[in-house]
Design a protein around this ligand. Structure first.
Ligand code: COA
Length: 333
C-alpha cells in the first residue's frame, strides 16, 4: 500500500526583509591599475563607466565577506541567525571544490538551523537565489532564507589582461527573505545558453591543469560577444519579467541591473524606455563588476545614499557566464 505523504505547506508569498553589503577595504583607482595594465583612465571610464574598484586583501575571503554582508542584512531585517532556515550562496570564486562556502558561513553566523549550499550561476547567481528562496519559503521548507552573492574575482583574473583586468572586482551582498501576506516577488524569467560557454570561461580546468600543467585558471572573456548578447537580449528578458509581474515601466521606481558595464546598463534603459523617475543603480563606477555580488551591493548602496526606500518596486536582472540570465520584479525591503 502506498503511504499518503503529507506535503509541506508554506507562506502564501515571500518578500525581501533586509539587505547588506561588504566592500573590501582596498580601493584601486584606474590610475593605479594603469601602472600594470596597458590602458588609460579615460579609456576605462568611457568603455565601462568604472573609475575605481574594490579588491580584497588576503584577510578578506569569500567566506569572511559573505559573513559580514549577511550580518548587516540580518540586522536590517531584524532577524536572528538561528531563525534562518536556508542559506543560498551564489559564487564562482570560492577556492574550495568542496565543501561549500555556504555551510561555513552558516556555522560562522550561528545559523544552526539552516540548510546551506552554493550555486554556480555567475553574474545571475543572486537573481537565481531569489527564485530558489521564494520557492523554499512558499513550499514551507524554510521560513527565512539568506540569499548571498559573493565573489573574490581577483583570485581568478589576469590583472594584466586588457579585456578583464579593469572590469572585475571583489565583494559580497546579501538579502534576508521571509514570508509575506502580500505578493512582493514577481515571477522569475530565467534561462541559459551553454552553446556560448566559451564566451566567459575560467581556463584551464583543474584536471587539465593537473595532467598538463600550465597557468593558474583565470576568467577569459570575449568582450564584444558578451556586449552584443547583453544589449541584444537582456532588455527583452526585463520586458518579460515586467509583463509576468503585471508591472509597466511607468510603475517602476528602481532598476538594479547586474553591474557588468555602464554602457550595457545605459543600452538597457534606452531599449526599455524607462521613465526619468526610475532610479538606476550605478554601483559599478566605484565598485567594479563583482558578478554574483553586484546586485545586492548595488541595492545596499542605494539605501546608503537614501535614493530608495522600503516598499518601492524594483526590477532586477542578472546575466553572465554560462551563459545564464534571470530577472524579476521585487518590492524593496
Ligand atoms: N585599454 C585600452 N585600450 C584597449 C583595452 C584596454 N583595456 N582593451 C582593448 N583596447 C583597444 C584595442 O586594442 C582596440 O584598439 P584598436 O581599435 O586600435 O585596434 C580597441 O580598444 C577596441 O578593442 P576591443 O577588444 O574591440 O574592445 P571593446 O570595444 O570590445 O571593449 C570591453 C572592450 C571589454 C570594454 C567591451 O567589449 C565590453 O564592455 N564588453 C562587455 C563586457 C562585460 O560587460 N562583461 C561582464 C559580463 S558579466
Amino acid at each position: 500500500m502506498t503511504a499518503v505523504i503529507r506535503p509541506s505547506t508554506g507562506a502564501a508569498y515571500s518578500k525581501l526583509l533586509g539587505v547588506g553589503g561588504y566592500r573590501p577595504k582596498r580601493i584601486v583607482t584606474n590610475e593605479e591599475l594603469c601602472t600594470w595594465l596597458d590602458s588609460t583612465d579615460e579609456w576605462i571610464r568611457e568603455r565601462s563607466g568604472i573609475t575605481e574598484r574594490r579588491w580584497a586583501g588576503d584577510d578578506e575571503t569569500v567566506v569572511s565577506m559573505a559573513v559580514e554582508a549577511s550580518r548587516k542584512a540580518l540586522a536590517h531585517a531584524g532577524i536572528a541567525a538561528e531563525q534562518i532556515g536556508a542559506i543560498v550562496l551564489g559564487t564562482i570564486t570560492h577556492p574550495f571544490q568542496t565543501p561549500s562556502a555556504a555551510a561555513e558561513v552558516a556555522y560562522l553566523l550561528g545559523a544552526t538551523n539552516a540548510g546551506a549550499f552554493d550555486t554556480s550561476a555567475a553574474c545571475a547567481g543572486f537573481c537565481y537565489g531569489i527564485a530558489i528562496a521564494d520557492g523554499l519559503i512558499r513550499n514551507g521548507t524554510s521560513e527565512y532564507v539568506l540569499n548571498i552573492g559573493v565573489e573574490k574575482l581577483t583570485d581568478f583574473i589576469d590583472k594584466t589582461d586588457r579585456g578583464t583586468g579593469f572590469i572585475f572586482a571583489d565583494g559580497a551582498g546579501a538579502v534576508v527573505m521571509g514570508p509575506s501576506a502580500e505578493p512582493a516577488i514577481g515571477p522569475t524569467i530565467w534561462g541559459s545558453d551553454g552553446s556560448q560557454r566559451d564566451v566567459i570561461i575560467a581556463e584551464p580546468d583543474w584536471v587539465t591543469l593537473r595532467r598538463e600543467g600550465g597557468d593558474w585558471p583565470v576568467v577569459k572573456m570575449q568582450g564584444q560577444r558578451v556586449f552584443r548578447w547583453a544589449v541584444g537580449e537582456m532588455a527583452n528578458v526585463c520586458r518579460q519579467a515586467l509583463d509576468a509581474a503585471g508591472v509597466s515601466p511607468e510603475d517602476l521606481d528602481v532598476f538594479i541591473p547586474h553591474q557588468a558595464n555602464m554602457r550595457i546598463t545605459d543600452a538597457m534603459i534606452r531599449s526599455l524606455h524607462l521613465p526619468e523617475h526610475v532610479v538606476v543603480a550605478r554601483d559599478i563606477a566605484l565598485q567594479g563588476n563583482t558578478s554574483a555580488a553586484s546586485i545586492p551591493l548595488a541595492m545596499a548602496r542605494l539605501y546608503e545614499n537614501n535614493e530608495v526606500h522600503s516598499g518601492q518596486t524594483a526590477l532586477l536582472v542578472g546575466f553572465g557566464a554560462g551563459l545564464v540570465y534571470a530577472a524579476q520584479v521585487v518590492t524593496l525591503p
